[in-house]
Design a binder for this molecule. Structure first.
Ligand SMILES: Nc1ncnc2c1ncn2[C@@H]1O[C@H](COP(=O)(O)OP(=O)(O)OP(=O)(O)O)[C@@H](O)[C@H]1O
Ligand SMILES: [Mg+2]
Length: 122
């Protein structure tokens, strides 16, 4: 099992979400975060004065999937998050030791995403 952690432009999230749902990955967590990459900051004019904005808004996506599904998810993220400009974001893939569904106590990779048509509202 792996956790995909992606930092993307906020506007890239809706199309990513749509394609992940269609591909059978409904389970994820997002957070609105701020970050910086190797450019460290961008100088912009704000109310007449130059200022360096060191942290830019990004959307963080966390999605835990079976190891052999990682590339499907990362390719979906790349497809929508890449504009070709600096600041498009980054994707990390982390090992996951265990997954447990709290309601039932079931564990293992079966609990990660929806494998049947269990159409229950989140
Ligand atoms: N090494 C890192 N660790 C944690 N977060 C990171 C790391 N690199 C990038 N991020 C996150 O990803 C966001 C976007 O990074 P960004 O796309 O600017 O990376 P970059 O390496 O500067 O590439 P580029 O040159 O394309 O801008 C950052 O604002 C930060 O939130
Ligand atoms: Mg950058």
């Amino acid at each position: 099992m792996k956790m995909i952690v992606a930092y993307v432009r906020p506007e890239a999230f809706e199309p990513i979400r749509e394609d992940l749902l269609a591909a059978g990955f409904p389970s994820l967590t997002i957070d609105e975060v701020k970050g910086s990459g190797r450019q460290r900051g961008v100088t912009e004019r704000y109310r007449g004065s130059q200022l360096t904005i060191n942290l830019r808004p990004k959307l963080k996506i966390e999605c835990v999937v079976e190891t052999d599904q990682v590339s499907l998810v990362t390719e979906t993220i790349l497809r929508h998050a890449r504009t070709g400009d600096v600041g498009d974001g980054k994707i990390f893939v982390l090992p996951v030791e265990q997954a447990i569904r709290v309601r039932t106590g079931e564990s293992g990779q079966e609990v990660l995403q929806s494998h049947e048509s269990e159409e229950v509202p989140a």
